[in-house]
Design a binder for this molecule. Structure first.
Ligand code: UDX
Length: 474
């Protein structure tokens, strides 16, 4: 099918490239002319694994073109809207970009158009979009509006698009449903050439859910808010673990063994960031409260998340006594590994708070340095983790990049002013780090060590277990 995608950001570019990959003829537009020029030369302005190769390959095959929104609207009957919906100061989603696209469609489109919301939007946006297009559109415009929310995680967006757990389609007509099922048929049937076959992890076919647009819009906000709630829940529990001498990693592991809970999104840490969870939780609360519903539960989820940065700074202060003048190596700036995105990243708020207390920061991130520099031009950025660690009074793990797990500890020990590693993502094994000569502090594990001697590792050696039980001082 011929398909137009409006918006070439993390969602739009992934959507356009993957729709071309599964065989469609896609025209992708963006209002940023500089970005368009880069894309037309096969350069993508974001770091997203596997995306660059697909954009180049599909561009060469003539299945992926880039140009203006006006051209996109003429290119196809199917139009995916993938523009940003950032939070307004009061937490509402800013839908002005959506309205701008609707204006161009209304002014220009003739004949049938299926307009599909891929951007995350508040419930009932589909109805507003339909009304706007019906009022301002040409009399010859025959319209369907659908909701097809994205469930892409940055860092695995291509894999998530091509191998989704579920495809949610919110439609109000059979014609729209049939067209969307035709669009996704290669994915549902698995009949496309997967560019990730060597790394593709998912097996099984995705579940296709067809519902109305309001329910589809709500599925997105409710899903993200639930995942954010899981994270805040384990972060809340981790605070208690620190005080009573439990290990939150073991608590999360034990909880996750219940299939009704599951292990995913129970990793405690410095909190959730990114351009989705923070804004989606805010927008969901705003929608609910404007509809007269009490969403105080999600307000607590937000509060717990915001408190993670302060809690982490308190931990740093507890270890260093004072922060003023201390040299701190910040390892990780992106809001999560395998992306260069620093939007709403915990690192940004943390660095600002540490600098307010007079800390001297040197930061390193494998991908996100340039984007972080736009927000924090005043700090020093290092070319590698060792350079950041030179003379450091503490190394702070803020993003759990795999590369941090494969370092030369001896070299690090020779570089730091103080062998202290404070792990905001619990990515390290405590014993391994302490055996390398570092004092190790992490999230949700008592500073003073577990209240009772763990005998877990004795289970492999029953004789030691018996001796430990018979002689507790052993
Ligand atoms: C999220 C949703 O996962 C995805 O389905 C949706 O389409 C978009 O929003 P994304 O924001 O890319 O994806 O990242 P995700 O992997 O969900 O992580 C979000 C934040 O939560 C990151 O800052 C991450 O560090 C944090 N996180 C995640 C935790 O703190 N603990 C966890 O256990 C998992």
């Amino acid at each position: 099918m011929k398909i137009s995608v409006i918006g070439a950001g993390y969602v739009g570019l992934t959507t356009a490239a993957c729709l071309a990959q599964i065989g469609h003829h896609v025209f992708c537009s963006d209002c940023d002319v500089l970005k368009l020029n880069k894309l037309q030369n096969g350069k993508i302005p974001i770091f997203e694994p596997n995306l660059q190769e697909i954009v180049v390959r599909q561009g060469r095959a003539g299945r992926l073109l880039f140009g203006s929104t006006a051209e996109a609207i003429n290119h196809a009957e199917v139009i995916f809207i993938c523009v940003g919906t950032p939070p307004l100061p009061n937490g509402d989603a800013d839908l002005s970009s959506i309205e701008e696209v609707a204006q161009v469609i209304a002014k220009q489109a003739r004949g049938y158009r299926l307009v599909i919301e891929k951007s995350t939007v508040p419930v009932q946006t589909g109805g507003q979009l339909r009304k706007h297009l019906s009022v301002h559109g040409a009399t010859t415009l025959e319209l369907d509006v659908a909701s097809n929310p994205e469930f892409l995680r940055e860092g695995s967006a291509v894999d998530d698009f091509l191998h989704p757990d579920r495809i949610v389609i919110g439609v109000d007509s059979k014609r729209a449903a049939d067209m969307l099922m035709e669009i996704y048929e290669p994915i549902v049937k698995g009949t496309f050439q997967c560019p990730l076959h060597s790394v593709c992890e998912r097996a099984g076919t995705p579940q296709l859910l067809i519902t109305d647009t309001n329910s589809a819009e709500l599925i997105k906000h409710a899903s993200n808010s639930f995942l954010a709630m899981k994270i805040s829940f384990i972060n809340m529990v981790s605070n208690l673990c620190e005080v009573v001498g439990a290990d939150v990693t073991k608590v999360a592991e034990g909880m996750g063994l219940d299939p009704r809970i599951g292990p995913a999104f129970l990793n405690p840490g410095i909190g959730f960031g990114g351009f989705c969870f923070p804004k989606d939780v805010q927008a969901f609360i705003r929608i609910a409260e404007k509809s007269g519903c009490n969403f105080s539960l999600l307000r607590e989820v937000e509060k717990i998340n915001q408190s993670r940065i302060t809690h982490f700074v308190d931990t740093i202060r507890e270890e260093l006594w004072t922060i003023r003048g201390k040299k701190l190596a910040v390892w990780g700036l992106a809001f999560k590994p395998n992306t260069d995105d620093v939007r709403f990243a915990p690192s940004i708020a943390l660095i600002r708070m540490l600098m307010d207390e007079g800390a001297v920061i040197r930061a390193y991130d494998p991908q996100a340095t340039e984007k972080a520099r736009e927000l924090l031009p005043m700090i020093k950025y290092s070319a590698n983790p060792y350079e950041a660690a030179e003379g450091a009074d503490a190394i702070l793990i803020v993003t759990e990049w795999a590369a941090f797990g494969a370092l030369d500890w001896g070299r690090l020990l020779s570089l730091v002013a103080r062998p202290l590693l404070i792990d905001g993502r619990n990515m390290f094994d405590a014993e391994k780090v302490t055996s390398q000569g570092f004092h190790y502090v992490s999230i949700g594990r008592s500073r003073k060590g577990p209240a009772t001697k763990t005998i877990a590792n004795d289970f492999q050696k029953p004789d030691r277990l018996v001796s430990a039980l018979s002689d507790p001082t052993a």
